[in-house]
Design a protein around this ligand. Structure first.
Ligand code: DAH
Length: 344
């Protein structure tokens, strides 16, 4: 009878195709074409409904056993092909266990961050704690409360990045002084490291750079304390023999104010390009907290005095590692960065 024959032919046909198949893709195609929803087996069985119940049972069993048989061959063939694939791969990829391992490059701190951490640790060891403030800052904290009047050149559009929301990118870390004094009562001893922004770009200026601010407020704090703390700091960074010079200066938020120079680390004081033949390098600004600043934050200047200082981290890093162009620090060029591996 027709159906039985059809099923047997289908079985033979499937077996032949399976025998010839060489790839997993072909096996899959065979599976779909014989056993799939629209496959040949389903097609033959469409006319099952026209048969008597006995015949239906017989043909159904036959169809099932054929299906099982095809599936079994499929499984065996799949295993075989997979095994062959693996063997081929192993043959192609011979592993030479005498080869040295691949070189994995390890990461390390960027010189600016290493310097930032080094400076911070010196002050932390003297009892300062670390404070933070936002980089998107209000003019009130960045300027007004630091006694920087509206007509001060530092507030010029040329130096400051003004934002659409009425705020600015902080031009220095000094606003953290104000935020700290508004929040905490003396005694206060903080450093505030972080990014600052100015419209400036040349070999020694970058529109984004890092500063560390320092602030110490307590009873009986004098300029002598300021000198002592900064001496310890500079000797820790540049070595015990560093020459230090305090030069009178002006900042709106300190009175009196000073700038601190160290003997040129490049020429040792005899004069060179880096120190512009002066023998000295300007390192930081500092001074005694201005009475007006204390009044604005609600600290009684009759009871408390304090000192503050601020310095650029890139400048210290450049002197320490003899880097001549600040822009090298921010290009992300690994040939440059790699040279600082293991400095900390
Ligand atoms: N804010 C100053 C600047 O960016 C640096 C500075 C000078 C900070 C004197 C101070 C200070 O706290 O007392 O140039």
């Amino acid at each position: 009878m027709g159906l039985k024959e059809d099923l047997k032919t289908l079985k033979e046909e499937a077996k032949r195709s399976l025998e010839k198949a060489e790839t997993l893709e072909t096996l899959n195609e065979i599976r779909v074409s014989f056993l799939g929803k629209k496959g040949k087996l389903k097609n033959i069985l469409k006319s099952l409904g026209k048969l008597s119940p006995e015949e239906r049972k017989e043909i159904g069993q036959l169809a099932n056993s054929i299906k099982d048989e095809i599936e079994k061959i499929l499984r065996e063939k799949t295993e075989l092909i997979k095994k062959q694939l693996l063997e081929n791969q192993l043959k192609e990829k011979k592993i030479d266990i005498t080869l040295p391992p691949a070189w994995i490059e390890s990461g390390s701190s960027h010189p600016v961050i290493s310097t930032l951490i080094e400076i911070s640790e010196i002050f932390i060891s003297m009892g300062f704690s670390v404070a933070e403030g936002p980089e998107i800052e209000e003019e009130k904290y960045n300027f007004d409360m630091l006694n920087i009047p509206p007509d001060h050149p530092a507030r010029d559009m040329q130096d400051t990045f003004f934002l659409n929301n009425g705020k600015i990118l902080r031009t220095h870390t000094s606003p953290v002084q104000i935020r700290t004094m508004l929040k905490n009562k003396p005694p206060i001893a903080i450093i505030a490291p972080g990014r600052v922004y100015r419209k400036d770009a040349d070999p020694t200026h970058s529109p984004m750079f890092h500063q560390i601010e320092g602030l110490l407020v307590d009873r009986n704090v004098t300029f002598r304390d300021l000198k002592g703390i900064l001496k310890i700091f500079l000797e820790s960074i540049f070595g015990k023999n560093v020459k230090i010079r305090f030069r009178p200066s002006y900042f709106p938020f300190t009175e009196p104010s000073a700038e601190v120079d160290i003997g040129c680390t490049v020429c040792g004081g005899s004069g060179c390009r880096v120190c512009k033949d002066t023998g000295w390098l300007e390192i930081l600004g500092c001074g005694m907290v201005d009475i007006q600043v204390f009044k604005d934050v609600g600290i009684d200047p009759e009871e408390y005095t304090g000192f503050a200082f601020g310095l650029g981290i890139e400048r210290i890093a450049m002197l320490k590692y003899r880097i001549t162009d600040i822009r090298l620090l921010f290009t992300g060029d690994m040939r440059f960065n790699r040279q600082f591996k293991g400095i900390r």
